[in-house]
Design a protein around this ligand. Sequence first.
Ligand SMILES: Cc1ncc(COP(=O)(O)O)c(C=O)c1O
Length: 385
Amino acid sequence: MKKKELGFATTAIHVGQEPEPSTGAVTVPIFLTSTYVQEEIGKNKGYEYARVSNPTRTRLEQNLAAVEGGRSAHVFGSGMAATTAVTQAFLKQGDHLICGHDTYGGTPRLFNQVIANYGVEFSYVNTSDPAAVKKAMRRNTKIIWIETPTNPLMVLTDIQAIAKIAHDGGAELAVDNTFMSPYLQSPLEFGADMVVHSTTKFLNGHSDGLGGVVVATKPEHAEKLAFLQKAVGAILSPFECWLVLRGVKTLAVRMEKHESNGRAVAAFLNKHRKVKKVFYPGLPDHPQFKLAKKQMRGFGSMITFETGSLENANKLLRRVQVCFLAESLGGVETLISHPATMTHAALGVEGRRKIGLTDGLVRISVGIEDVDDLIADLDQALSAI
Ligand SMILES: Cc1ncc(COP(=O)(O)O)c(C=O)c1O
């Protein structure tokens, strides 16, 4: 089945999720095998060794390529392993990558503390400003890496504008689409060349497995990424592939609920007198509300807000009951976190100051509970400030 013929939810539930042919099982089996019997030298059923390929993984990769609208998908052991695979597949010594300046903190940590050791150069730019990106382009720029909205300041980047700058300069655009999920944003439709997800988040959706995927658009991408799965081996286990296959089946309904709860919580926080500022692209006073409506099919459920100080943030975070104080996002349960000491600790004080990430910021991944319970919980917790 081709994606174009089907709606999003049907694609998510059917592509790669076809019944198992030998038994008719309606769910894809978890193929727990490290190797496959061969009939004779060079004659097999398409599978030789599980690091190279596994039928459960094949199904997930077909599914994720379809929901993201790409030509191929390759899954890795975590979102960071997927990011690493992009650098290993497409960058070599002397190449340059432009990265958004307030992405997930683990991304610049990987680039600066690991990949830079192999002679790759990195620049960090406010990618919401296309002119700044254009200025940062060099002859050796091979990739522009963006997150939109950014984590945690919810700043948008115009995917179409940045794709054009990348292509004019002979580079490619990779978009980390973790915050939006393929249900709410399709970067490839706006000219991006690759999409990366931490499947740990909305795609899995149940906070019970790590994973990452690179969805790509060209045959040479697929070839290099498949080679990396084999050569480096940072692949996703069959069990975790199955968890993501199961999670994706409900992605459309979960995202609808995440989205409506997100809007309601953002509106509540925006009116609360203890909250100094709310960062959410669905609020009409968000500076890029128009761009949000152009390139997103909804505003999502990631919200950041300013409490004024570390002390205030901690007062609130100590008091929440329904919301769990925890890192991560995209699960059915509402997770509330403190970027300065959690996801963005690796940036250091100076790095956080540069991008305006204060100690008073709190980030919520709004889950799919009853929204009145979430609002009541946040209200009682805010009263501690
Ligand atoms: C936007 C984003 N990208 C990538 C990652 C890394 O994913 P993982 O934790 O699965 O390695 C995260 C993790 O929080 C993230 O929030």
